[in-house]
Design a protein around this ligand. Structure first.
Ligand code: SAH
Length: 220
């Protein structure tokens, strides 16, 4: 059995995860379909794969975590409802799971990670799964200028404020999903650009690892 061809073992677990997401109020069918299809265990190290379908965050090394399935589903639903297609920039590749979900949903995905080891790990997984995800190693608070503007920007680490450079890279009618707040918790925030104005809406509270960079938190 190859490492990447062994998905049926976990089909039942994935189905149960989706049923639980529905009970928690996730109703977006595109999102639920993506969660049913993308093999989350492939984004975990071998020895941890049995934990892949539990609804909790999990360490992925380098002091970082793969977000809880509910959190990924919540953010992706917010994006999908406001920005159903186009070019999406993710800040914080981490395991690569969120990027793979977006790719499955048909977005053109760009993702940035600041930690070399995580960048290499996700790159190997995208390669093995033959996913056409564009990725870059660097400080995501500065976005990806050569590829801007983006229809959607999804930040998967907690920010003190929305990074101004990222806001500049948002297309007309674009939407940014970003957790904003201090280390104790962040409020999921949706920022929409219409005409020349930016509109901010706050939603539920979450706890993310910090967004570290020139327009985020300082390292250390
Ligand atoms: N989306 C990820 C969740 C990763 S956790 C997943 O699906 O697994 C957040 C990630 O953001 C971590 O990997 C962390 O290293 C990364 N990160 C934090 N600050 C960053 C920055 N300025 N630029 C790019 N990545 C950053």
């Amino acid at each position: 059995m190859s490492e990447y061809g062994n998905g049926s073992l976990y089909t039942e677990r994935r189905y149960e995860m989706v049923e639980q997401l529905k009970r928690y109020g996730i109703t977006n069918t595109r999102v639920l379909e993506a969660f049913l299809s993308v093999e989350r265990h492939l984004f975990f190290d071998h020895e941890n794969r049995d934990a892949a379908y539990d609804d909790c965050a999990f360490p992925i090394g380098c002091g970082q975590t793969i977000s809880q399935p509910y959190t990924v589903a919540y953010m992706t639903s917010m994006l999908s409802e406001r920005c159903p297609s186009g070019k999406v920039l993710e800040i914080g590749t981490g395991s690569g799971y969120q990027a793979a979900i977006l790719d499955y949903m048909g977005y053109s995905v760009y993702t940035v990670e600041r930690i070399p080891e995580l960048f290499r790990r996700s790159s190997a997984i995208f390669g093995a799964l033959d996913l056409k995800i564009h990725q870059r190693l660097g400080d995501g608070t500065l976005g990806w200028e050569d590829e801007a503007p983006f229809n959607g920007i999804i930040v998967t680490a907690g920010a003190p404020d929305p990074p101004p450079t990222l806001l500049e890279q948002l297309a007309e009618d674009g939407v940014m999903i970003i957790p904003i707040g201090g280390s104790a918790g962040q409020r999921m925030t949706v920022i929409t650009r219409d005409a020349d104005a930016l509109r901010h809406e706050g939603f539920h509270a979450f706890a993310f690892v910090p967004l570290i960079g020139r327009e985020g938190w300082r390292d250390g």
